[in-house]
Design a protein around this ligand. Structure first.
Ligand code: FAD
Length: 452
């Protein structure tokens, strides 16, 4: 079957080695995340294609569409929702060779190939006194295309926002092989922006080949502060008061590793011009004091900050060494929900009640940047898959019922597809499916993902 692909695009690199196909058929989702039903549906790619330029990808997608073969875009394969997993015989488009990086320092823009890792983009920007802004745990492996596909959020999200806020323009291959190119401008008033359709839609509407991203000046001063808070609720109060008072942090991370009543840790990072960061840090310290918090040593705060990528580095090392499941031995899962502030305590109470009811262990509950972005990580024994799924889905539903959203940065993929109608409503999901059907009537691009 693949001979036709060779004829359609003779220069395209095509890898059919079973081990390479196997490795390219999964992302970071595993059945032990409360989803044993993921095991039987996860399949294997027929081939991994590695396009060297947009023309090769375009020819390959056109051929695949005619042959009725799906194409799954793949970046670093670090997605958590099975969005890059292969569910039926398909080509995996590995974009690692589309990795050129061109910095326009004067315009604070970088044009990067979809397969460039964030770490490489960051390195190129540092030479110009700039920084990317999107700084997820997985900075070393996640790619420009993958973070656009998931609309990720990183450690500097309080300053940089989600990835969507940084995308100026895109180049992408559509399901029929045509190449879409959008224009870069700081503002636009020219109708719906086609680039927006591709952000957060997990390679189902187009495969990004290149992106122009807005980047940030490296701060003249960075101040990192850690605080012990008497409770998680006290930390939430600080997050809300900082925002209300106009205190600007680049990173706010609140975490507690036991159910209440338990103390919490608040990490605050301030970036700015000389004097500016100190001003904001000082005002935040006043608000922390009023809420009963106490500063930790500078070392403890610095260690938390500098160790922020460590878990993902461990995950990537164990994956690359094919060392099996890095967290093997039990069930483990997490929820990252957006909740209206007034409903946060109710959603937390629902989460705690579910965890207690099922006898699971809370690993961490947290807030990221805004008092509305709430997360829970939990674990249970190997036979607790049903309890873990019931608890996580219960938390996602509680957030939706409170007027919030079931996921704020990791996408939908395969894992959350069953909750998409609840998330968007029947009308909303119908709109999304019609958009998909208009662009890709045969379902060539990443079928079975995002509830589409
Ligand atoms: C330990 C760990 C920590 C993590 N921490 C964070 C975090 O802090 N913040 C965060 O946001 N996420 C985090 N993630 C999730 C993951 O790193 C992000 O979702 C990341 O954006 C995925 O990038 P990737 O290149 O690995 O994409 P992949 O996993 O390869 O793909 C993700 C999705 O995007 C699609 N895609 C890939 N390339 C393209 C393209 N060129 N065009 C269109 N679609 C494409 C894929 O088909 C898939 O649907 C973490 C994951 C792990 C394992």
């Amino acid at each position: 079957m693949l001979e036709g692909l060779h004829a359609a695009c003779p220069t395209l690199a095509v890898d059919t080695d079973p081990a390479a196909c196997e490795a390219a058929s999964l992302d970071a989702l595993r059945p032990l995340r409360g989803r044993p039903d993921f095991g039987p549906v996860a399949g294997r790619a027929l081939a991994v294609i590695v396009p060297a330029h947009v023309g090769e990808l375009s020819a390959a997608v056109r051929w695949a569409a005619a042959a009725g073969l799906p194409v799954v875009a793949r970046g670093g394969g670090s997605g958590l929702m099975g969005a890059a997993a292969v569910l039926r015989p398909a080509l995996v488009a590995d974009l690692r060779c589309l990795n050129t990086i061109a910095v326009d320092a004067e315009s604070c823009l970088v044009r990067a190939g979809a397969g460039a890792t964030l770490a490489r983009v960051e390195e190129a920007l540092a030479a110009h006194g700039l920084m990317l802004g999107h700084d997820p745990w997985t900075i070393g492996v996640a790619t420009v295309g993958g973070v656009i596909g998931t609309n990720g959020l990183g450690y500097l999200g309080a300053r940089a926002g989600s990835v969507v806020a940084q995308v100026r323009a895109l180049e992408a291959v559509l399901a029929d092989g045509r190449v879409l190119r959008t224009r870069a401008s700081p503002a636009r008033s020219v109708g719906l922006d086609p680039a927006r359709l591709l952000i957060g839609t997990e390679g189902t509407l187009g495969i990004v080949t290149e992106a122009t991203l807005v980047v940030l000046p490296r701060p003249e001063e960075r101040i990192v502060r850690g605080y012990r808070m008497p409770s998680f609720t006290a930390g939430v109060t600080v997050a809300a008061r900082c925002r209300r008072a106009g205190v600007r942090a680049s990173c706010l991370e609140l975490s507690a590793d036991e159910l209440p009543p338990a103390p919490a840790f608040l990490l605050l990072v301030f970036d700015g011009l000389l004097g500016e960061a100190a001003l904001h840090a000082g005002r935040a310290a006043d608000l922390v004091r009023v809420a009963g918090g106490e500063a930790t040593s500078a070392n403890e705060a610095e260690e938390r900050w500098s160790g922020r990528h460590a878990i993902a580095e461990r995950w990537a090392a164990s994956r690359d060494a094919r060392a099996g499941d890095w967290l093997a031995g039990g069930q483990f899962d997490y929820a990252h929900v957006g909740v209206p502030l007034a409903a946060l305590e109710g959603v937390r109470a629902a989460a705690h009640a579910l965890i207690r009811h099922h006898g699971l262990r809370l690993i961490e509950e947290g807030l990221w940047h805004w008092p509305e972005l709430y997360s829970v990580a939990l674990s249970g024994p190997a036979d607790a898959a049903a309890a873990v799924r019931d608890t996580i889905d219960g938390i996602l539903r509680a957030a939706q019922d409170a007027g919030g959203t079931m996921e704020y940065c990791h996408g939908v993929g395969w894992k959350l597809a069953h909750l998409m109608e609840r998330e968007h409503g029947a009308v909303g999901l119908d709109v999304l499916r019609r958009v998909r059907a208009a662009l890709d009537p045969a379902g060539v691009l990443n079928p079975g993902k995002g509830g589409l």
